[in-house]
Ligand binder design. Structure first.
Ligand code: ADP
Length: 468
């Protein structure tokens, strides 16, 4: 791709730009690319404004520009807490039971996308490549096109793409799918997500699929799978240099010979935390020899606490963890250690390294970066074992992990046992296989594959009129 083309990234939230590796998240994937391309990153500042007059806050940091706008309370409620997190997020994770569709929230969602588009449009240069991230911004390209933008615009969905039967329950399905066809490239995490999108196009949208080319609503776009990765080498260094290595040593001392199972997840119902507690309880029940010798450390910072389903879920999880401690604990042994806090990533790296087993058992997940971080943080000479849900996007690439069905408590409990008692030679073999792929398919590869595909996608042409 030509270096001269500027990259404009748009996501719900932006940054941070300084000390990105330590902060994690989308920034790890984007900041280098934005720096290389003298780029611009646009999003919501996270601040609440008194009125919806658009003021773009611009900040130049280390060669790239951050541009943000504030939202009103009503906009943040309808767009973020409402349609994005109360409707799209559960739907995209196959949870129709938790999906709440409110037309008024959809309207605010569209209005905020329109406000984003108005601000972004003014900042665009003719030859920019525009890369839009995630489900908060599905209609952004359609809004930009209606304002005359002709640039290449790509979209990447970080969550799963649901089966057509689930997507079809969304009253706004067709409206949102039509909006998606204003992009030139639509990227998914896995070939399975891509396949479900293609099926939906054929079955419900009456469109056609030819290789990477997908046509519907009179528009043709390219669609592909681009599994997101981590900065594998850097995460490994985090675990083996201070302060990560100090955390590792501290943790090992505190464990005093016990084996630690670790789970690190945002407190979200898609992460399978209740079933995980249940599986850990079953494991303790079946393996009394492990009593007093294992600990489950669950780190789960609160997220989206303005959404009711998240508050209820948190209460339930706390009851479940307390139940296991009450049932199995002894005065000198507490089986579940539960932290509701975000930790610095270097600390996390040390904790992963100190843990014999990594438990990543979401019921459904776009990719799951924790699975990759856990493996990257291990000591190749004495690595821990990853127990991974088949329903995380990461399972497609990480087949050398112990793959489990998180709906099956018995199977998960047995995998915990197998992981803890696995011989060193097998642990090393599995770890080597996992690391080989993590090194190749890292975050740089994700970004460069996606941007090359975006530059190669067919240029924008207005939709063909419907055939008479
Ligand atoms: P999601 O994007 O749904 O939260 P991922 O597993 O893909 O799930 O990414 C989560 C990211 O957040 C990982 O990089 C992980 O290290 C980080 N993270 C999760 N829990 C914590 C925590 N308690 N403290 C710090 N970072 C965390």
């Amino acid at each position: 791709m030509s270096r001269a083309r500027r990259l404009v990234a748009v996501s719900n939230r932006v940054g941070p730009v300084r000390n990105v590796a330590a902060a994690g998240g989308l920034a790890v994937g984007l900041v280098d690319a934005l720096r290389e391309h003298g780029g611009l990153w646009f999003g919501w500042s996270g601040r609440i404004a008194k009125n919806s007059r658009t003021v773009v806050h611009k900040e130049k940091i280390e060669g790239l520009t951050l541009a943000t706008i504030d939202l009103t309370q009503q906009e943040s409620d309808g767009f973020y807490n409402g349609f994005s997190n109360n409707c799209l997020w559960p739907l995209l994770h196959f949870r129709i039971d938790l999906t709440r569709f409110e037309r008024a929230q959809l309207e605010v969602y569209r209005r905020v996308n329109r406000r984003f588009a108005l601000a972004v449009r003014k900042l665009l240069k003719p030859d920019d490549l525009v890369w839009v991230h995630d489900f908060h911004l599905l209609p952004l390209a359609e809004e930009l096109r209606s304002l005359g933008a002709r640039q290449r615009i790509g979209f990447f969905l970080h969550t799963p793409f649901p089966p057509t039967e689930i997507l079809s329950t969304l009253p706004a399905q067709e409206e949102l799918m039509r909006a998606l066809f204003a992009y030139d490239l639509v990227g998914f995490q896995t070939p399975e997500d891509l396949g479900r999108f293609q099926e939906h196009v054929g079955w419900v949208l009456d469109g056609t699929v030819r290789g990477k080319s997908v046509t519907a609503f009179g528009r043709q776009l390219h669609a592909g799978a681009f599994p997101i990765g981590i900065d594998t080498e850097q995460f490994n260094r985090f675990a083996f240099s201070p302060p990560g290595s100090q955390e590792f040593a501290r943790m090992r001392r505190a464990l005093a010979g016990r084996d630690q199972f670790i789970g690190v997840d945002r407190l979200d119902y898609s992460k399978g935390l209740l079933r995980r507690m249940d599986a850990f309880g079953r494991y303790l029940e079946r393996h009394p020899d492990a009593h007093g010798k294992v600990i489950l450390l669950q780190v789960a910072p609160v997220s989206r606490s303005d959404v009711a389903s998240y508050r209820e879920f948190r209460d339930e999880l706390e009851r479940e963890a307390a139940g296991i401690n009450g049932r199995f604990g002894r005065f000198d042994w507490t089986p579940v250690h539960y932290l509701n806090r975000a930790l610095p990533r270097r600390t996390l790296a040390g904790l992963y390294r100190a843990s014999r087993v990594g438990i990543v058992t979401p019921m459904r997940d776009g990719m799951n970066l924790v699975a990759k971080e856990y493996v990257a943080a291990q000591d190749p000479a004495d690595p821990g074992v990853l127990v991974l849900s088949r329903f995380a996007g990461a399972a497609q690439q990480m087949t050398a992990a112990l793959l489990v069905n998180p709906y099956d408590g018995e199977e998960t409990a047995e995998a915990l046992h197998q992981a803890r008692t696995m011989r060193a030679s097998e642990r090393r073999r599995r770890h080597q296989t996992l690391m080989k792929r993590l090194r190749v398919f890292d975050v740089r590869r994700w970004r460069s594959d996606y941007l090359a595909a975006l530059a190669a996608a067919p240029a924008w042409r207005a939709p063909a009129p419907p055939a008479r």
